[in-house]
Design a protein around this ligand. Structure first.
Ligand code: HEC
Ligand code: HEC
Ligand code: HEC
Ligand code: HEC
Ligand code: HEC
Ligand code: HEC
Ligand code: HEC
Ligand code: HEC
Ligand code: HEC
Ligand code: HEC
Ligand code: HEC
Ligand code: HEC
Length: 378
């Protein structure tokens, strides 16, 4: 291990830190290497590894996810051993770190050094979780930045959003974060101004409720995977997905298959009127033959995987738009006899999320009653 450490070209080039830092680094390394406690008590819920030689091979044998990400651009620290940062013997809580991030990362990186401070735009980076911006193990991005990284941030333009910090706290160039984002994302501001329905949290909390201004592990710079975010406020809708009949589309592609996360002109912030949204997948314009294109636009400006549509049941409508659920039956163009003031449509008969009757049908039927009798006297 000592040999590999001294072999590291980049360390030899002295980029890491002045000597005291390197010394602290070695101390941290040695401490962690010899930190194997004789206790037989497992840390937290971690499998008990007391007495084992805590090699990377041992760890990676169980942690295949970590093994899979390493080739994409490994952090030099991993060569020093997983134990340079993790203590699965003594630390009680997942992710079993041997101290605070400031201490762990600061053991090898001199956080007050001019060069590193400059790389962070002289912002108070050392006081916040390093993992809010950096992946600890590996990343395909420069400087181990998390997978989805916002370009003004990645390009080091901290000052496009930040003023000089005050009392160790960041300051923004605008009054608050709500105004900051639409300075560049004017198109969204225009969309909000024109839209009939703007999602409530955009006005109350602002963009950073859902998006990180810096970098994250999720597409569209979302702080958490979309479903986790939506569930944090709409658990009632998620509860509907565990009813007897639930809509597969609400899990994959997810809520955004039908809803715009920001704003739209249609009630419930649908991407288009309900029938158009539903028919986008269930009366899809797939080219004849076996091969679906990679993506298909189901409503203007929004596409889903072609392979998903191949698995989606198609309903038969003739040229006049008639023919579901039975021959000649309309799916629109008439008043809905059950929903006062609304037109007949997919939602006259189906729930969009989940229900207790088969095929997402909205009808709870008395014994002997057919669904046709709900609307027709027969
Ligand atoms: C025998 C299989 C096994 C080995 C070997 C192993 N782990 Fe684990 N590890 C687990 C399991 C199972 C969990 C989940 C337990 C929990 O924390 O709830 C876990 C959890 C973890 C977590 C927290 C995961 C999370 O999602 O937050 C970390 C970090 C971790 N292990 C690091 C290590 C390191 C470092 C080593 C090598 C010193 C190691 N593990 C060796 C099985 C193993
Ligand atoms: C440079 C310090 C460092 C090293 C070296 C390191 N880890 Fe981690 N690891 C972390 C931190 C910090 C987290 C928490 C990440 C977060 O909260 O986003 C973490 C998280 C984890 C997790 C939880 C799941 C995940 O991927 O976030 C596992 C499992 C894990 N590490 C295993 C390992 C194994 C196995 C090794 C050795 C191959 C290793 N770590 C080496 C710092 C390190
Ligand atoms: C055991 C020592 C050690 C620890 C602990 C450590 N690092 Fe590193 N880190 C290194 C070395 C060595 C390099 C490579 C030095 C270089 O490129 O100048 C490096 C490089 C980096 C880089 C630059 C990568 C690049 O591609 O330019 C970042 C960012 C980084 N570390 C962040 C962290 C964070 C965040 C932590 C805490 C979770 C941490 N390090 C903990 C040793 C360590
Ligand atoms: C707000 C996001 C953010 C936070 C928090 C953050 N960093 Fe960085 N870090 C960056 C960016 C951006 C870069 C520079 C990327 C570039 O230009 O290559 C960087 C660069 C680095 C580098 C490489 C410096 C060099 O000379 O190449 C290291 C090492 C590093 N950070 C360590 C840390 C450590 C340790 C912490 C926690 C104490 C931390 N960072 C917290 C965003 C962050
Ligand atoms: C697109 C605008 C934007 C850019 C570019 C940006 N930041 Fe930020 N930053 C913010 C916002 C907004 C917050 C407040 C975050 C919040 O409220 O969650 C913030 C907060 C922070 C914080 C406080 C801790 C935290 O994570 O909330 C640090 C540290 C920070 N930024 C560092 C940086 C550094 C370093 C850079 C450049 C490498 C940078 N920022 C670039 C918008 C930005
Ligand atoms: C200085 C100009 C600027 C500011 C300020 C800015 N952005 Fe961006 N943003 C961009 C650029 C350029 C892109 C396109 C490149 C990219 O995806 O990183 C982008 C892309 C995005 C994306 C889309 C990524 C995707 O997958 O399509 C999101 C989400 C985003 N920004 C959110 C925000 C939030 C939230 C804020 C406020 C905290 C903000 N932006 C402030 C310039 C800016
Ligand atoms: C309630 C959570 C939430 C809030 C608040 C939010 N967004 Fe988003 N945003 C999302 C989700 C989810 C996506 C991904 C949409 C998808 O998968 O189609 C997204 C996508 C984006 C994109 C990329 C695609 C596009 O639609 O252009 C940008 C840019 C963006 N958001 C900017 C912003 C800005 C700027 C704000 C504040 C004015 C904001 N968002 C507020 C959830 C949110
Ligand atoms: C911080 C909480 C919060 C988060 C996170 C959130 N929402 Fe909302 N959402 C609300 C509130 C509040 C309303 C307004 C409810 C009302 O008027 O009854 C709302 C309304 C809605 C509506 C109804 C139409 C409207 O605008 O009144 C839909 C659809 C919706 N959200 C979908 C989503 C989706 C999809 C996500 C994930 C990207 C999400 N929400 C994330 C709080 C949230
Ligand atoms: C297949 C399309 C579709 C998907 C997928 C979908 N919804 Fe909906 N959602 C609708 C329709 C259509 C309505 C309007 C229902 C009505 O008017 O009766 C609606 C209404 C809503 C409403 C407001 C009315 C209410 O019932 O409270 C919320 C909130 C909502 N959806 C959230 C979500 C969330 C969260 C997800 C992801 C789990 C999701 N939706 C997935 C189509 C969908
Ligand atoms: C993103 C594509 C997509 C959209 C948009 C969509 N669906 Fe679906 N739907 C699916 C998939 C995938 C399934 C599961 C496979 C199947 O049964 O076709 C499904 C299943 C169904 C089923 C059968 C459920 C069962 O239990 O067999 C009904 C009924 C249905 N959808 C109605 C609707 C209605 C009504 C709308 C509009 C509110 C809609 N769908 C919008 C993709 C979609
Ligand atoms: C008048 C009531 C009614 C309307 C309106 C209606 N459906 Fe249906 N739908 C049904 C009934 C009843 C079934 C079950 C028929 C069966 O199992 O053969 C069904 C079944 C389905 C199925 C499942 C097909 C299968 O093979 O399992 C899908 C998908 C579907 N409907 C989509 C839609 C879409 C999309 C719309 C709007 C364009 C719509 N429905 C409008 C009553 C309706
Ligand atoms: C949600 C209410 C609703 C349900 C449920 C419903 N229908 Fe209809 N149906 C309508 C409406 C509205 C029309 C168009 C106005 C009209 O002709 O009464 C219509 C039209 C018809 C027509 C006339 C079509 C033509 O040729 O002009 C027939 C036949 C019919 N329905 C049969 C059925 C049968 C059979 C079922 C059960 C499988 C059924 N309907 C379920 C609302 C419904």
């Amino acid at each position: 291990m000592g040999l590999r450490w001294s072999k590291s070209k980049r360390i030899d080039a002295g980029r890491l830190a002045p000597d005291p830092a390197r010394l602290r680094c070695l101390v941290a390394l040695m401490t962690s290497l010899f930190a194997v406690s004789p206790s037989t008590e497992a840390a937290g819920n971690h499998p008990d590894l007391a007495g084992e030689e805590l090699s990377n091979e041992l760890c990676l044998g169980c942690h295949e996810d970590v093994a899979a990400e390493l080739p994409s651009g490994q952090h030099a620290a991993v060569e020093q051993g997983c134990t340079a940062c993790h203590d699965v013997i003594k630390a009680k809580d997942s992710p079993y770190l041997g101290g605070t991030l400031k201490d762990i990362c600061g053991a090898c990186h001199e956080l007050a050094e001019k060069e590193i401070v400059a790389k962070h735009g002289a912002q108070p980076f050392a006081e916040v979780a390093c993992t809010g911006c950096h992946a600890p193990h590996a990343s395909k991005n420069k400087s181990l930045l998390l997978a989805y990284s916002h370009s003004p941030f990645t390009d080091g333009q901290c000052d496009s959003c930040h003023d000089t910090p005050e009392n160790g706290k960041v300051r923004l160039v605008t009054k608050d974060a709500k105004e900051l984002c639409t300075v560049c994302h004017e198109d969204l501001e225009k969309k909000f101004a024109a839209a009939k329905v703007v999602h409530a949290p955009i006005e109350s909390e602002g963009c950073v409720l859902c998006h990180s201004p810096h970098a994250t592990r999720n597409p569209a710079h979302l702080r958490d995977p979309a479903a986790t975010l939506c569930a944090s406020c709409h658990d009632d809708i998620f509860a509907q997905l565990s009813r007897a009949s639930s809509h597969a589309a609400a899990k994959d592609p997810g809520c955004m298959a039908c809803h715009d996360p920001h704003a739209s002109n249609v009630p419930a912030r649908l991407r288009a009127d309900p029938n158009t949204v539903c028919l986008g997948c269930h009366f899809a314009a797939l080219p004849p033959g076996g091969n679906a294109p990679p993506t298909v636009e189901i409503v203007p400006g929004y596409s889903v995987r072609g392979s998903l549509l191949q698995k989606t049941k198609q309903i038969n409508l003739d040229k006049r738009g008639l023919g579901h659920p039975i021959f000649n039956h309309p799916v629109g163009g008439h008043p809905d006899p059950l929903r006062k003031g609304q037109q007949l449509g997919c939602l006259s008969c189906h729930f969009p999320h989940g229900g207790n009757s088969q095929k997402l049908l909205v009808f709870e039927l008395a014994p002997g009653q057919g669904i046709c009798q709900k609307c027709h006297q027969m």
